[in-house]
Design a protein around this ligand. Sequence first.
Ligand code: CAA
Length: 410
Amino acid sequence: MKDSAPVGIDALAFAGPAGFVDLAELARARDTDPAKFTKGLGQHRMAIAGPCEDTVTMAVEAGAEALRTFAVDPDEIGTLIVGTETGVDHSKPVAVYAHELLGLSERCRTFETKHACYGAMAGLTASMDWIASGRARGRKALVIASDIASYGLGTPGEPTQGAGAVAMVVSDQPRLLEIRPSSIGDYTRQVMDFWRPLYSKHALADGHYSIECYLDALSGARMDAVGDRGDLLQQLSACLYHVPFVKMAFKAHQRELEMELGRTIRRSEAQEWAQLTESYEHLCAPWLKLNAEIGNIYTGSLFLSLIDLLRQAGKQLAGRDISLFSYGSGCGATYCLGQIGTEVGAWQTVIDPSESLASRRRLSIPEYEALVRAAEKADRTERLNPADFGLSGGLYYTGTRNDRRHYERG
Ligand code: CAA
């Protein structure tokens, strides 16, 4: 089927917390071989949000950066969607705080989407539909993925935590990535692989089962998107996946290649294993560096990989086709194809978050544990001083007074 008009991602920006934990250090503190976290899971660091950094502050920092660097006037935004599983209120959406703090127009539809790590892809496709329907009337959508991945101290999920936000402007003149609506495939199945009860700050996961659910969803969504094509990977320049931890992208790529070959690939079969690792090194591994440095950011993790690709190889891959796969536990998934913008090289440097990542503070394990405990109580703390947590120069949550959350620049 032919797509009528272009639509896709016009601007991108990342924002995350000021502190990180080194995973080799965490492994030693947990009496675990560091290679399990660094090689077995593929992670090096994880971003840690303190009590003054929440889904709203990260969403606003990322949103403001996307609008500023890509010179998008806030008045051009007619839809604002925040995808998150880390809402700050059972009723009031993160998006409406972000709407005010970003100075968007009152003529703007604003809401939050929740489906574990799938919320931002749901927001992206909904805003593409909004544009294609004609309702946008030339305006753009701002879709922000913002999350804090938290499993609790000493749990199996602990080394797969992280925090951060990715903001995307969606328009009918996408400078970065055109997404083909006719290539979008979906999958939904009710499973208990990962969830977070209303009473808990930390997610619960049936970890190994969640990996199976992810791979089943990939098979289902890809089949819906492109059928049983056996020649897709050779036509793509990159395959981007939801990345709860880097090794998951390898497992996902193995599943895709197995679908194309129509058989299971075993490590004992040297030739096929070599084909898999070569394909992974070419299509996936180069774009997982930011994920390895930041950790799981849930809804934003696929789009963090997209930033990684564009910042490193935008110019070289201009005009080329790539695939994207988003998975949200519970579960829902989307697979789609996109084409990198022909002028993307001009934006390669401005979307690179390396400088801000280099200024992050390395937290000792006792500091990290103290931050996690303070963050657990933050919703009920009246006054929080960002300076007490070594923070300055950003937007911060400063406590809940009279049952109302307060945000201030400091
Ligand atoms: N040296 C090198 N590698 C080692 C090692 C060592 N000393 N020790 C173990 N490993 C390897 C293992 O072989 C394994 O690799 P393979 O999967 O390739 O076999 C890897 O390290 C992990 O080891 P385990 O499976 O033993 O680790 P675990 O049982 O402690 O937990 C986990 C792993 C299940 C992913 C856990 O971290 C977890 O529950 N994470 C949260 C859930 C999650 O991320 N699920 C992903 C799919 S769901 C999703 O994607 C949504 C989402 O964002 C949450």
